[in-house]
Design a protein around this ligand. Structure first.
Ligand code: ATP
Length: 570
């Protein structure tokens, strides 16, 4: 329920449209009641041969009501839909603003298909909250209140019957179905999430499934997930139809009771017979407004779950710490790690254990170690994707938690092991690092990464599918060169390149980063002689650190790795 309160808060941004939708919804409903009531009265009155001006007046009233009803309905739709779209856009912006700082922790927690379904369909589902849950009961209450008040003047019994019908259709039945709906909705959502995840995995893993001849098995799983989802949808549909039928039954029953009691009252001279048809028409029309109540439970449950699921994704947001410092601009800064330990969410094993390092401003550091020793994890902590479980990270003596992620990312040239390439052109893919860079500058960086043969208008397919591994890496380095900030974090940036190209690119990168702080993760141990410091990680711990010469003299872990590398290469 708390989550829905947040939705109501977002909805209230456009109060005017909400009030107008309620007003015109009421107008449309009450004029419909008036239209049918006056037509019932007109028929009865006409039988008594009243003067012609009475009939003309009544027909004019009838026409005005008919027009007012259409006008009210149109404006109600207009304002209620406008309020809904404003609410949706407000929700999307708010949700995205909360979500962005939480990446990539989020990707760790959810399968991407599930996350996608939450972000897209759960927000879309909330459009029903205002349209089908929030304001129909308000409008219904107002219409019944006005109608019952009017009916009391003619017959208290009929007024009580209407009240009874309202209680059944507006409270008892929706509450009962809401209770039943809850269980169906849980299963429906689970099945929808599962299907969405299966589809995403199927699409992403299509090639591998094909290569390992597992396509049929996966297709079968997908089909089963789809059947389960359709079954649950069917159950939900049946439940809604059942509720609708029961609603109609109750309303018709109330109308029958109005006829029976009305006739009895007329026979006993307690009600003027000319009003009987009017009261019957009132009871038939007023319950038309109760029809949407049949949809309230399903939509309420749907909205509640959607709001809850969205809230679950961003609830970590409250953990955010206030940002009070910023990193120096155009100036290299030092990095210190003091007793940093970290394990990924849900993992018991520490990926980093009590890591203490000092990386002076403007120095060049290499981080080496076996696969899985925690090198990339260290980068993720430096980039504040995650916070250390214990210990602290300092930039120029400033605790990292005082600096915003945005600031850290803005000051860093990052080349990851896997980088993303967007569908578009080479130019588009480079300009994400510097949107103002002109063609001359772009060609210049392409030359520095040995891609001078590339045309800036050359197309890049989704995820860079038409580029080789080495070309992708070189493009990523070109982006880092374009960004030109004073901290470089390079995670095996040249692992797919041949030795000559690698050397050529490194020469340029080191020349550009002459006064900057540079940290390079490398599997290869060749060419590390020029680094100021080499840090050796093993199973998340720093086992050695020092200059190349120091480590070779020490004949420890690094020395042994170097010997193995030599043997392999020979
Ligand atoms: N997102 C993650 N969730 C859970 N565990 C992870 C995650 N990423 C890495 N790990 C684990 O953390 C440990 C360190 O991983 P990391 O990627 O930092 O190693 P690495 O030294 O960079 O390896 P490589 O040289 O193969 O890239 C590994 O044991 C790995 O299984």
């Amino acid at each position: 329920m708390n989550e829905l309160r947040a939705v109501v808060k977002d909805m209230m941004v456009e109060k005017r449209d909400i009030y107008l939708s309620v007003l015109f919804g009421f107008l449309a409903g009450i004029t419909a009641v008036a239209l049918f009531a006056s037509s019932g009265y007109l028929i009865s009155k006409a039988a008594l041969l009243p003067p012609i001006y009475t009939l003309s007046l009544m027909i004019a009233f009838l026409k005005i009501m008919g027009f007012a009803r259409a006008f009210g309905r149109y404006l109600e739709r207009l304002y209620s839909h406008r309020a809904t779209f404003t609410m949706l856009s407000q929700l999307r912006v708010n949700f995205y603003e909360k979500l962005e700082p939480l990446a990539p922790k989020i990707f760790h927690k959810y399968r991407s298909g599930d996350l996608l379904s939450r972000i897209v369909s759960d927000i879309d589902r909330l459009q029903n909250f205002f349209l089908r849950v929030y304001y129909p009961p308000i409008v219904l209450g107002l219409i019944f209140f006005a109608t019952i008040l009017f009916t009391v003047f003619y017959s208290i019994t009929v007024a009580l019957l209407l009240l009874f019908g309202l209680f059944l259709t507006g409270v008892i039945l929706p509450a009962w179905f809401a209770f039943k709906q809850r269980r169906i909705e849980v299963r429906l959502r689970e099945e929808r999430g599962a299907l969405s995840s299966e589809v995403t995995e199927f699409l992403y893993g299509f090639m591998d499934l094909k290569l390992y001849q597992q396509l049929d098995a996966k297709e079968k799983e997908l089909e089963e997930a789809s059947v389960r989802y359709i079954d649950e949808q069917e159950k939900e549909g049946k439940m809604a139809s059942y509720h609708q039928s029961l609603n109609s039954m109750v309303t018709l029953l109330v109308s029958w009771l109005v006829i029976a009691f009305g006739a009895y009252l007329v026979a006993n001279n307690q009600l003027d017979g000319v009003f009987l048809a009017m009261l019957i028409m009132i009871s038939l029309t007023v319950f038309e407004n109760a029809v949407p109540m049949a949809l309230v439970p399903a939509h309420f449950e749907d909205s509640r779950r959607a709001a809850k699921r969205l809230h679950e994704v961003v609830q970590d947001e409250e953990e955010q710490v206030e940002v009070t410092s910023s990193l120096p601009v155009d100036q290299a800064f030092s990095i210190d790690l003091k007793g940093v330990s970290f394990s990924f969410p849900g993992e018991e094993r520490d990926s980093l254990k009590d890591v203490t390092l000092h990386i002076p401003a403007g120095s060049k550091t290499a981080i080496v170690g076996a696969s899985g020793s925690g090198k990339s994890t260290l980068f993720q902590l430096l980039l504040k994707f995650y916070n250390p479980a214990s210990g602290s990270i300092l930039f120029n003596e400033t605790p990292q938690h005082e600096v915003s992620q945005e600031d850290i990312w803005a000051r860093t040239n990052v080349v990851q092991q896997e980088n993303h390439y967007f569908y578009g052109t080479i130019r588009d893919n480079l300009q994400i690092a510097d949107e103002h860079a002109g063609d001359d500058r772009l060609y210049e960086v392409l030359t520095h990464v040995d891609l001078s043969h590339f045309d800036l208008d050359q197309s890049v397919l989704e995820k860079g599918e038409n580029l080789s591994g080495g070309e992708k890496q070189r493009l990523a380095i070109a982006r880092a060169l374009l960004k030109d900030e004073s901290l470089w974090l390079l995670d095996e940036p040249t692992s797919s390149l041949d030795a000559v190209t690698e050397q050529h690119i490194y020469e340029h990168v080191f020349q550009r980063a002459k006064h900057d702080t540079l940290i390079l993760i490398s599997h290869r141990l060749m060419g590390l002689e020029k680094m100021d410091q080499i840090i050796v990680l093993d199973q998340g711990e720093v086992v050695e650190s020092g200059s190349y010469q120091e480590l070779m003299r020490h004949e420890g872990y690094f020395y042994r790795m170097k010997q193995i590398e030599k043997e392999v290469l020979v």
